[in-house]
Design a protein around this ligand. Structure first.
Ligand code: ADP
Ligand code: MG
Length: 726
């Protein structure tokens, strides 16, 4: 009784998974767990839920669940499957952390892996599901790994109760052995289906030289392809939202206007326009030869700052045909995400600039050319100290293969790699490291303990974390009071969750903020704390003047005023953020106002959104808690409240404390001027510094607590700073 339109039927019939429907469904019916491997684009995500639906898995009050590591995928795939089945957005719904369309009418639910994890916290047996598909398992996100571990036990328990739950692990064809050959995870071998690829050959073009500035090189490459090569979409891979937007800005500047098709007709005019702007058309460039960029252009040290850089593209931009340039990244609004699936306007070539979202989770039709920078942005953590760094690294060989493969969906394609074959051979890892090995796991340990999994070491991980990671996490949770050990128990004795820990595990934030929020409930300071949890989570709220003295003075004056005097001034950055949020709401939140006050507008909008979502969620999730009022015009805290807030913030960050270095403390040789601003914190050997945007950088309290330590150019800075002692 499924109604599919002619158009849907036609596009469906071309997918490699369609002829395999029976094989797939037999495996699922014969096994409680099945691994389904198939090249990206073969139809796993969009078709398997439909197979299950048609086979009756969404009847008798049960539903079909699919998890995605990325929000983009959860949203866009729910929309697509709903459309293919002609069902409503409630029937085929999505659910991400704070947003969703799921209801009692839901039959198929796409969600982020974090959402299903939370559900397992309430109902380990996932009784309302008949089947759960874990999508993109090869990405090895922390939550996906944990879900697979939990579900490996859950399906066995459900089988015993004669109410079977099916687990389908869907993955691109890489490193399947981590699941298939893992007998800690699956005691019996999982069912297995491999969907044969229907992939056209993709010719790989390495660069002779690896360019320093890959953002500029990517722009140049797109122009070259667009100018010289036959029709076909271009897909560009970069590392983050900012790079996506930078490239798009340049392409829009270089290519005829994308909005007004008439404007691009007369190419003579265009040439004139370029001359006026001082761009002289150059000789065309051999496509396979990516030249090194002129030396005077600074290599992108922090690519996120390249936004305003004026790129000097030494490539012939005359006679360019129109180009339809669109972005794709995780945080893009839902409506804009859908645009990547729409055909470009007639006569225009499609160019999608994306992060690694398009590597395996979203397949964009009509791509023939891939431009791969070979880069990925990774958040690196020091396992012991928690110092985090964003690094732009080479992606893995497996990722590069996936990216190249995107060019071979509709016909033979080309992949232009902006790195040399030698770099690829010697500097690229085979596979990327599973996330569980590369970040702190305190949220994971809290979740497990809240589910009474006390021996976290023995959990059936697809890849286990290091013992050290588990120890650090457990120590922190003990310090926070989220875990407890019986009186007199020895150090190795497994800890269990405390009542406070249980409350913390209900909150939709990490353990540190969860502790602060839980503490704030009992002092009626929840309104301040929800705001601060939101504000501390958002990156770079306070703008930096970047050498502009006049601007710096202006912004410093604003921040000084917001900080105030006396006890409440010791709240430092927290006070500034509380006042900034109030001022932002009072003004109506215009971008001009933000610039004037030294605030990043997008960050303020994000804080507003997060704060609202947090407030709503706490009101729903946490029992016995007085309702939190969302008050846009929150008054500054009284001196007494400010003191309590400082104590609460400290209680949530017991290991993020730093002490001012005394002038005579460090023996000679050190530049005394440098030491004036230096702090020392716990485990860290290096000196650390309060970030320039922080108000406490001027007053330099003797003891501080911070929210984040991060490294820029070898120097460690602290953000979200509050004074403990003046
Ligand atoms: P896999 O999960 O195996 O990588 P998908 O099921 O995501 O494959 O994609 C199958 C096909 O469906 C791809 O060709 C993709 O382009 C197409 N597709 C997915 N979403 C949409 C959409 N919203 N609009 C049009 N086509 C789509
Ligand atoms: Mg998929």
């Amino acid at each position: 009784h499924v109604n599919r339109t002619e158009e849907i039927l036609a596009s469906r019939s071309k997918l490699p998974i369609i002829p395999e429907e029976q094989v797939v469904m037999e495996q699922i019916s014969d096994n409680i767990y099945v691994v389904l491997a198939g090249e990206t684009g073969c139809g796993k995500t969009t078709q398997v839920p439909q197979f299950l639906y048609e086979a009756g898995y969404a009847t008798e009050g049960k539903i079909i669940g699919i998890t995605e590591p990325r929000r983009v995928a959860a949203i866009s795939m729910a929309a697509r499957v709903g459309k293919e089945l002609s069902l409503t957005s409630e029937e085929v719904s999505f659910q991400i952390r704070f947003e969703g369309t799921a209801s009692s009418k839901t039959l198929i639910k796409f969600m982020t892996d974090g959402v299903l994890l939370k559900e397992m916290g309430h109902d380990f047996l996932l009784k309302k599901y008949s089947v759960v598909c874990i999508d993109e398992a090869h990405e090895r996100s922390l939550f996906t790994d944990i879900l697979i571990g939990l579900l490996s036990r859950c399906v066995v328990a459900r089988k015993k109760r004669n109410d079977p739950l099916k687990l389908v692990i869907m993955s691109a064809t890489m490193r399947i052995s981590d699941f298939m050959e893992n007998n800690v995870l699956f005691k019996t071998k999982p069912g297995f289906v491999h969907i044969p690829a229907r992939q056209f050959p993709v010719q790989i073009h390495f660069s002779k030289v690896t360019p320093i500035n890959y953002v500029e090189t990517a722009v140049k490459k797109v122009i070259q392809i667009h100018k010289k090569l036959p029709p076909g979409g271009i897909l560009v891979f970069v590392t983050g939202q900012q790079e996506v937007l930078t490239i798009i800005k340049h392409l829009q500047r270089l290519c005829p206007n994308t909005e007004d098709p008439d404007e691009s007709v007369n190419s003579n005019d265009k040439k004139g326009a370029w001359r006026k702007r001082g761009q002289k058309p150059l000789k065309s460039v051999n496509l396979d030869e990516v030249k090194r960029f002129p030396e005077e252009i600074e290599p992108g040290s922090d690519s996120d700052n390249s936004e305003t850089e004026d790129v000097n593209i030494d490539v012939d931009t005359s006679n360019l045909e129109p180009l339809h340039v669109i972005p794709l990244y995780s945080m893009l609004p839902i409506e804009d995400q859908k645009k990547v699936f729409e055909p470009p306007p007639p006569g225009k070539r499609l160019c999608v600039v994306t992060t690694n979202v398009a590597e395996t989770s979203v397949t964009i039709p009509s791509i023939r050319y891939v431009v791969d920078t070979g880069k990925v942005k990774d958040k690196l953590w020091d396992k012991v100290t928690g110092v985090q760094t964003f690094r732009i690294l080479w992606c893995s060989k497996a990722s590069a293969e996936q990216r190249a493969g995107r060019a071979g969906r509709i016909g033979p394609g080309h992949c232009y790699r902006l790195f040399s074959s030698a770099v690829f051979e010697h500097e690229f890892q085979e596979y990327s490291t599973p996330e569980i090995k590369a970040r702190p796991v305190d949220d994971m340990v809290l979740l497990m303990k809240s589910m009474s999994i006390d021996q976290v070491k023995n959990f059936p991980y697809p890849t286990p974390p290091d013992d050290e990671q588990l120890q650090v996490a457990e120590e922190l949770l003990l310090h926070l009071g989220a875990l407890q050990r019986p009186q007199g128990a020895r150090k190795g004795h497994p800890s269990t969750i405390s009542p406070l820990g249980l409350t913390m595990s209900q909150l939709p934030v990490g353990p540190r903020f969860a502790k602060m929020l839980a503490m704030s409930f009992s002092h009626s300071l929840a309104e301040y704390m929800t705001l601060l949890a939101a504000a501390f989570t958002v990156q770079e709220v306070l703008l930096e003047a970047g050498g502009d003295k006049a601007l710096e003075e202006k912004w410093t004056a604003v921040r000084k005023k917001w900080t105030g005097v006396g006890q409440s001034a010791l709240l430092g950055d927290a006070k500034v953020l509380i006042r900034a949020a109030e001022a932002f709401e009072h003004d109506g939140g215009s971008p001009e106002f933000c610039i004037k006050m030294g605030l990043r507008h997008k960050a303020m909008v994000e804080i507003r959104k997060l704060r609202k979502q947090l407030t709503n969620n706490i009101n729903i999730l946490v029992e016995n808690q007085k309702e939190i009022i969302l008050n846009p015009k929150l008054k500054p805290p009284s001196d007494e409240e400010a003191t309590l807030l400082r104590q609460i913030i400290l209680s949530g960050s017991p290991d993020r404390v730093a002490r001012k270095v005394q002038p005579d403390e460090v023996s000679g040789g050190e530049d005394q001027n440098k030491l004036k601003n230096a702090y020392k914190c716990g485990e860290l050997e290096d000196l650390v510094y309060i970030h320039h945007a922080s108000v406490l950088r001027r007053t330099k309290p003797s003891w501080i607590v911070y929210q984040e330590a991060f490294e820029i150019n070898g120097k460690i800075y602290l953000r979200g700073v509050v004074a403990i002692e003046p």
